[in-house]
Design a protein around this ligand. Structure first.
Ligand code: SF4
Ligand code: SF4
Length: 161
């Protein structure tokens, strides 16, 4: 049987078609977590190199079971902070977690074994190995955002080949 073409091994992100680009997203939803810039590091580091802290506070528009946005088509309109990564704003990739599949490809690390593209299009392996946000979050509508320090977590920084 003919093996599916692993286009992500032969094309750069910039060379991918829209459909190929979209399929690179593993659907982990870590980019839907609220992040905070460490103000002390922002003062001493170059612009764009600030230290980012991830929290377990997630956008209330996320379906936390499937890790899918419930308002995907209107997300930028409804949530101005929602980062939609495109070929034109790849510099924003530094705001993505290390396990983000776009970031992995950009940094030459390839796709991980749990990625849906390597698992018949299914997200179950990703959930199983704990690389998505499923079961780990609280909604932003339910927390006092002034208390964000109480919600800082390190698990979004984890990566696994
Ligand atoms: S972190 Fe990257 S791979 Fe994961 S859902 Fe967001 S854009 Fe997709
Ligand atoms: S609007 Fe959708 S894609 Fe954007 S952060 Fe919220 S849940 Fe995630």
């Amino acid at each position: 049987m003919q093996q599916p073409v692993k286009y992500w091994e032969t094309k750069s992100l910039e060379q991918m078609t829209r459909q190929e680009w979209e399929s690179i997203c593993d659907g982990c939803a870590k980019c839907c977590l609220h992040k905070f810039i460490d103000e002390d590091s922002a003062e001493v580091m170059e612009e764009g190199k600030e230290e980012l802290h991830f929290s377990n506070i997630v956008c209330s528009l996320l379906n936390t079971k499937t890790c899918e946005c419930t308002q995907y088509d209107k997300r930028s309109e409804l949530v101005p902070d929602c980062v939609t990564l495109t070929k034109d704003n790849l510099e924003k990739i530094d705001f993505m977690p290390p396990s983000c599949s776009y970031r992995r490809l950009r940094e030459g690390r390839g796709l991980p074994s749990w990625h849906p593209l390597l698992n018949k299009g299914k997200k179950s392996e990703m959930h199983k190995v704990g690389m998505s946000v499923r079961g780990k979050t609280v909604f932003d509508r339910d927390v006092d955002m002034n208390q964000f320090e109480d919600y800082i977590v390190v698990w979004p920084l984890a990566d696994l080949d």
